[in-house]
Structure formats: structure tokens, C-alpha cells
Design a protein around this ligand. Structure first.
Ligand SMILES: [Zn+2]
Length: 167
């Protein structure tokens, strides 16, 4: 998850340790680039039907390949997070989403010093034709109270918080 830069992606100089705001980070001696360990940003979708059933996918790709999860993925720089939620659901399942609200933000430490922020959205399934894809080997609508174990901690947190909220 974390990229260990050795050369400046801006000018190609070899990076050297630089103290910035009390921490040592790889910095470029020729320009202002500093390799800040920024988190990546992803979305997860708590997509429900009219009866309150929750959509899960069985993942076809790593990580958590073969396990149940919420639909979702990384946010692109040129889209809003809620657009990413709609896009990812459509790509993975063929289903359309009407975003209702942000459930919450979940932080995950990944690997050696990497970080991930997962923005979980609640939304209503609003159309489309459900289908499996290489990313989603199986789709299931489940009772949120008896969901199978999800493969990601952020998804488990989001589901628990959504259930506790009672909608
Ligand atoms: Zn540079």
C-alpha cells in the first residue's frame, strides 16, 4: 500500500531524509517534493433494497479473495466519493445506487506504515441488472442481522454501525 519513493517523481533527484514538522521523511534536495505517507481513500457501499436487505459480493480478486464484502473500491482523483460509490457498485454488480447518506469514515492501517480511509455510504438500490463480474463472483441480498462475516475490518465496522443506527 505505501510506496517507498527513492527518486523524486517530479525531477528525478535521489531523495534524502528531511525533517518536516518533527518527522523524518524522504525529501527532494532539488525541489519541494516530500513523500508524505498519505492514506489512500476508498469507498464501501451499504446498498439496501426496499425491504432493507443488504447487498454483498463474494470477492473475486485479492485482497480477501473469495470472502464476502461490501461493494466498493478506490476513489479516483477526478470524482467525488459518492460518485465513486455509484461507479464501483455499477462496475462490480451492474446495479445502480441512489446514495442516501454517509454512514461514516473508517481508518485502516495497511501493511508497513500505509493507511486507508474507507468512506462508507448508505444507499438504495435503484435499478440496473444484477450480474456477476470478475470482481464479484456472487451477489447476495442478506438480512443485515444475519450477514456472513465480512472480509474487511472497515466493512465489519460500517455494517455494525449501520445496524446500530436502526435504518
Ligand atoms: Zn524533485
Amino acid at each position: 500500500m505505501r510506496v517507498d519513493y527513492r527518486f523524486c517523481p517530479g525531477c528525478g533527484s535521489r531523495l534524502l531524509p528531511r525533517e518536516v514538522e518533527g518527522r523524518w521523511l524522504p525529501g527532494c534536495p532539488s525541489c519541494e517534493f516530500v513523500a508524505w505517507p498519505d492514506p489512500k481513500v476508498a469507498v464501501a457501499v451499504l446498498a439496501h433494497d426496499a425491504r432493507g436487505q443488504l447487498l454483498l459480493i463474494r470477492r473475486g480478486t485479492p485482497p480477501a479473495q473469495g470472502e464476502w464484502a461490501l461493494p466498493g473500491g478506490y476513489v479516483d482523483a477526478d470524482e467525488t466519493p459518492s460518485e465513486a460509490a455509484r461507479r464501483e457498485l455499477l462496475e462490480e454488480t451492474g446495479l445502480e445506487l441512489e446514495v442516501e447518506r454517509l454512514e461514516g469514515v473508517h481508518h485502516v492501517l495497511v501493511g508497513d506504515g500505509g493507511g486507508l480511509l474507507v468512506l462508507a455510504y448508505v444507499g438504495r438500490l435503484s435499478g440496473g441488472e444484477g450480474r456477476t463480474t470478475p470482481e464479484a463472483l456472487e451477489l447476495a441480498l442478506v438480512d443485515p442481522a444475519s450477514s456472513p462475516e465480512l472480509g474487511f475490518s472497515a466493512h465489519r465496522e460500517a455494517l455494525a454501525a449501520w445496524r446500530a443506527g436502526g435504518d
